[in-house]
Design a protein around this ligand. Structure first.
Ligand SMILES: [Zn+2]
Ligand SMILES: [Zn+2]
Length: 148
């Protein structure tokens, strides 16, 4: 069955995105449809620590666009609390619609997320080293020396 673009009704064509993900893209408006788990795969190209991504859907709001699979209304939502809005078939979990350029935004946001995550991890590592120092007494010894 042919799928139609939820935005401009043009028939979608299958293509490979970055040679990895199989997506349905619109030759007219250049948006693309990702199956439900493919958004996660797209994010993973930048950042793959799923536990630290935060929740995906915020402020969902029904739109008048239709899911190419079931024809049900797509829900617009704020993507992971960033200033990016995506559309999805959330009722049937068919997938996500990304307008032209929104895939790049997703990857940028995941890159930023990854930076935060790595900074947090290295801060935690420093904290652990600090605790280790206290445990071994070198920290307290230094203090004692200080108050002599
Ligand atoms: Zn289109
Ligand atoms: Zn659907």
């Amino acid at each position: 069955m042919a799928l139609n673009c939820p935005k401009c009704q043009t028939e979608l064509v299958r293509r490979y995105y970055k040679g990895i993900l199989e997506v349905d893209s619109c030759p007219a408006c250049r948006g693309m449809w990702l199956d439900f788990e493919e958004l996660d795969h797209l994010e993973d190209l930048s950042f793959d620590q799923d536990d630290f991504k935060g929740s995906l859907v915020h402020y969902p709001d029904k739109t008048s666009c239709c899911c190419p699979h079931c024809g049900g209304p797509l829900t617009e939502f704020q993507y992971r609390l960033y200033s990016l809005k995506l559309d999805a078939c959330l009722t049937e979990k068919h997938g996500f619609w990304l307008d032209y350029g929104e895939d790049v935004r997703v990857l940028e946001l995941m890159d930023r997320h990854k930076d935060h995550y790595e900074r947090k991890i290295s801060a935690e590592a420093e904290w652990m080293q600090f605790l280790e120092k206290i445990k071994t007494g070198s920290f307290l010894n230094n203090f004692r020396d200080f108050f002599k």
